[in-house]
Structures are given as structure tokens and as C-alpha cells.
Design a protein around this ligand. Structure first.
Ligand SMILES: Cc1cc2nc3c(=O)[nH]c(=O)nc-3n(C[C@H](O)[C@H](O)[C@H](O)COP(=O)(O)O)c2cc1C
Length: 178
């Protein structure tokens, strides 16, 4: 199975990027995964759609990351009760790539609510574009203190919930990839 991770925070110091990297490490340890791509919206820096031209090379790279994947794992923060505009803007460059694609999202917040509003926002979007969303959510709260100095997650709830989130996403992806 090939999995692509999409890191959806535009911030230089993004906590979502740390969570996304952690998931990349977990997937790399999994024998069922043959390849893991990492698409970080900060690296692509797509201009607002329609206002300037995006780099053809960047678009092609992002597009193949979406197309080649059996499943898409989104790690996205909540900004003002929704997904960040920069994340949605990057997604808007593509459309057919999402159809019938297994997806899961972990939403990230610095506060106690784990980005639950961004989760609902994303669910509407995923449904609209024809993605197939894993039934299991992951709300990552207090993201600023999730990892210790060695990058090990120290939050009890996260450590309890992330393996189930990942297992269910891979279960769905495997079913559909068959
Ligand atoms: C523009 C902006 C809006 C934000 N809005 C929310 C919000 O609605 N709810 C929330 O829990 N956190 C909000 N946050 C804080 C994020 O939860 C925090 O930055 C967290 O670390 C996840 O974002 P990051 O991956 O960019 O670091 C906001 C942060 C920014 C920069």
C-alpha cells in the first residue's frame, strides 16, 4: 500500500508538521506500507488559485502524490473554526484526484478541543469531492506539548487513540486498494 501524508499548516513553527512527521515514522515502520509520500503545503507554497501561476513542477509533484497513493492521510490544524485557507487553496488545484480515494484526517489544535471544527469542515469537503473517509477520527489537542525532547508523544489520550486511528485508516485503504 502507498500512503501520502498531506501536512496542512502554513506556519513555519507548525505543530501539525510535527504530528505529520510522527505519522510518517509510524507508517515507515509498517510492513504493509510500500511507500510513503510527504506533501507539506509549506514546501509547495501555491499562490491563491487564479491570481498567479503556480509552478508546473510543484503541481505535477503534488498531483502524483495524490494520484499514486492508495490512501491519503491529512494532518491539518484548525484556524478560526475551519481548515486553514492555505490548505484549502492547495487542495483546490486538484479535483478528480480525490474521487473514491480513501482518506483520514487528524486535526490539530493548541487548545483542548483538538480541532474538531476543522474535522467537520474537512468532512463536508471530503464528501463533496467524492473521497471515502475513514470512520475513525483523531483530535490532537494541546499540540504544543504533545512531544518530549526525543519526539516521543507523551499525551495519554493521543497514545491510546492514534494506533486505532491509523489501523482503521489502513484497513479502509487496503479494502479499497484490493
Ligand atoms: C490564524 C490562526 C487561527 C487559529 N484558530 C484556531 C481555532 O479556531 N481553534 C483552535 O483550537 N486553535 C486555533 N489556532 C491555534 C492552533 O490550534 C495552533 O496554531 C496549533 O499549534 C495548530 O496549528 P499549527 O499546526 O499551525 O501549529 C489558530 C492559529 C492560527 C495561526
Amino acid at each position: 500500500m502507498r500512503i501520502t501524508i498531506i501536512q496542512g499548516s502554513p506556519r513555519e513553527q507548525a505543530n501539525s508538521a510535527k504530528v505529520a512527521r510522527f505519522f510518517k515514522e509510524q507508517l515507515d515502520l509498517n510492513d504493509a506500507i510500500t511507500a510513503t509520500e510527504f506533501l507539506d503545503i509549506r514546501s509547495f507554497n501555491f499562490p491563491n488559485w487564479g491570481m498567479e501561476k503556480a509552478s508546473e513542477e510543484g503541481l505535477a509533484l503534488f498531483q502524483s502524490g495524490l494520484t499514486d497513493a492508495d490512501g491519503l492521510l491529512f494532518i491539518v490544524p484548525e484556524y478560526n473554526g475551519r481548515v486553514p485557507g492555505a490548505f484549502k487553496n492547495a487542495l483546490d488545484y486538484f479535483r478528480s484526484e480525490y474521487v473514491k480515494k480513501p482518506m483520514a484526517i487528524a486535526t490539530v489544535s493548541a487548545g483542548p478541543f483538538g480541532g474538531v471544527n476543522a474535522l467537520y469542515d474537512f468532512r463536508d469537503w471530503a464528501h463533496y469531492v467524492g473521497g471515502i473517509l475513514s470512520p475513525t477520527k483523531l483530535l490532537v489537542s494541546k499540540a504544543g506539548s504533545l512531544f518530549d525532547d526525543q519526539g516521543i508523544p507523551v499525551d495519554e489520550h493521543f497514545n491510546l487513540n492514534y494506533p486505532v486511528f491509523l489501523k482503521d485508516f489502513l484497513w479502509l485503504t487496503e479494502k479499497i486498494a484490493k
